[in-house]
Design a protein around this ligand. Structure first.
Ligand code: SAM
Length: 195
């Protein structure tokens, strides 16, 4: 398929990253300096691990990354020290309890995406529920002054989530990294400095 041969897919392969989506995080990090030395980072929807891997690289051993996904992730291929994976559902109360024990975090990333159903309205609604859940998790485990990144699929209702971020963070905005395919409805909401 044409899309499997695009620039970022090839670059991810030749650079040893598990997914092309790593460049979305890289571009957001280069633009907004999200990952700082010593950051404690929560990576929601971490499988197959490219965001965790990139975050570990930027941290250079100073900090910690906790990845969460429904799918098992045994390794992120690079440095494993200071990296921990929890297999779980971000909607589960049990997972939230574990995150409270492991937190608080300086940065929460959610690239979590629903398994697509083929029905765009259903997928967008589910993506918004996931985004809302990421915000709820952030309210429990993100440090004051911390940053939040949430992926959503645009379906028309997402502005309400951005409005909530605007209330809970000093600044919030939407951003579409260049590495995000133009035809994709995905968009990232960023909250800077949790109040
Ligand atoms: C686009 S992928 C993440 C890619 C990852 N950021 C990377 O760069 O390797 C989205 C992930 O969200 C996970 N996911 C979807 N719903 C979830 C849920 N309720 N709880 C935990 N993970 C979930 C999926 O299993 C999938 O692995």
């Amino acid at each position: 398929m044409e899309r499997q041969k695009d620039y970022y897919t090839k670059l991810a392969r030749s650079s040893g990253y598990a997914a092309r989506s790593v460049y979305k995080l890289k571009q957001m990090n280069e633009r907004f300096r999200l990952i700082k030395p010593g950051s404690r980072i929560l990576d929601l929807g971490a499988f197959p691990g490219s965001w965790s891997s990139y975050a570990m690289e930027v941290l250079k051993g100073r900090g910690r990354v906790v990845g969460v996904d429904l799918q098992e992730l045994k390794s992120i291929g690079r440095e494993k020290l200071n990296w921990q994976f929890i297999r779980g559902d971000i909607f589960s109360a049990e997972l939230l309890e574990r995150l409270i024990e492991l937190g608080p975090f300086d940065l929460i990333l959610s690239d979590t995406a629903p398994a697509t159903s083929g029905n765009k309205a259903v997928d967008c609604e589910r993506s918004l529920e996931i985004g809302q859940r990421a915000l709820t998790i952030a309210e429990s485990v993100l440090k004051k002054g911390g940053q939040l990144v949430i992926k959503i699929f645009q379906g028309g209702q997402e502005k309400q989530l951005l409005d909530q971020l605007r209330k809970k963070f000093v600044k919030a905005r939407a951003f579409k990294p260049e590495a995000s395919r133009k035809e994709s409805k995905e968009l990232f909401f960023l909250g800077f400095k949790r109040k």
